[in-house]
Design a protein around this ligand. Structure first.
Ligand SMILES: NC(=O)c1ccc[n+]([C@@H]2O[C@H](COP(=O)([O-])OP(=O)(O)OC[C@H]3O[C@@H](n4cnc5c(N)ncnc54)[C@H](OP(=O)(O)O)[C@@H]3O)[C@@H](O)[C@H]2O)c1
Length: 280
């Protein structure tokens, strides 16, 4: 996601400074104009607006608070836009730490893939001061076609967790429906065609090719989906409510993770469903 954001801003003509823990992965963008710096602190010394796009809450923590972290150098007035999917409580904690430096934090998780970024089609969830939204709106509109103002910091992250517990649950349901069709001796294409007449239509259109394809493009890893489901379940605990379907989805995705599918596209969880249904 970070690479796609940098590429999009370079195409739009901005000067872009970048840092990635594994430098090599950023180097491919140097020919497109990216200036790679050696640490988050080095970025903080120069940048006015900083996008964070890292795996999870501990990764954001490392980028902010480590020895050469962003907080070592953050200038007053700098705006930090965090698009990573993290725990809502952590978003509030990061916001407070950044505010102490006279800088601003935007809780800004996104819906969409790296390809959506490259086409400016992200859906952006915004949590934070509404005055900040007017300051960064044009930048965000370079990345996305829709911005939802969700409220204070933490609210956008809560919405993101809610969004991301639905799609893996649908993938599991769809995989089970397809498997039942196969076991019942039905033609899979027909099963998919008939299912498309029901309420799952858009999930089927979105996922059935990716479920059936053993090598779909890896736009969102299974490892990250386990993280998002873990966060959704943790958040439900914090809110004092039960969560049934996403808890089951998390366990099935965790089986896939434990069986080496972590770096594959998340819908490859279907491989596990096939195996436990005796179809593989
Ligand atoms: N991919 C999507 O479609 C999508 C959509 C919406 C939201 N998101 C969210 O956006 C974030 C990034 O996703 P992605 O798909 O770009 O993930 P990714 O390709 O797996 O990249 C993860 C990034 O996090 C960095 N990272 C991990 N642990 C770190 C640490 N301890 N310190 C510093 N950097 C660390 C990695 O650095 P290295 O390169 O050194 O490993 C890498 O740059 C995640 O929170 C994800 O949930 C993704």
């Amino acid at each position: 996601m970070g690479k796609a954001i940098a590429r999009r801003f370079l195409k739009k003509g901005y000067e872009v400074l970048g840092w990635n823990r594994t430098r090599k992965k950023a180097e491919e963008l140097v020919t497109e104009g990216l200036i790679i710096l050696d640490s988050p602190a080095a970025i903080g010394e120069q940048a006015d607006v900083i996008f964070l796009a890292v795996a999870d809450s501990p990764a954001v923590e490392a980028v902010l608070f480590s020895e050469n972290g962003l907080l070592k150098s953050l200038k007053e007035g700098t705006i930090v836009i965090n698009i990573s999917t993290i725990m809502p409580g952590d978003a509030i904690r990061f916001h407070k730490a950044i505010k102490e430096h006279g800088a601003y934090y935007i809780d800004c998780p996104v819906l969409g893939s790296p390809r959506d970024i490259e086409q400016g089609k992200l859906i952006i969830l915004f949590g934070g001061d509404q005055n900040l939204l007017s300051k960064v709106r044009s930048l965000l509109e370079d990345l996305g076609e829709k911005i939802f103002y969700m409220g204070d910091v933490g609210k956008a992250s809560a919405m993101k967790l809610i969004f991301n517990m639905v799609s893996p649950s649908l993938v599991i349901l769809l995989g089970e429906a397809i498997n039942m069709g196969i076991k019942a001796g039905l033609d899979v294409d027909k099963v998919v065609e008939v299912l498309s007449e029901g309420p799952l239509r858009s999930a089927i259109e979105r996922y059935h090719h990716k479920i059936m394809n053993p090598n779909p493009p890896v736009t969102f890893t299974l490892r990250l989906m386990v993280k998002d489901l873990e966060y959704a379940n943790r958040f439900a605990y914090e809110l004092g409510m039960p969560l049934f379907i996403p808890a089951t989805a998390k366990n099935i995705y965790s089986i896939a993770l434990a069986n080496g599918l972590g770096d594959e596209y998340h819908a490859r969880v279907y491989k596990v469903l096939k195996r436990i249904s005796g179809l593989e």
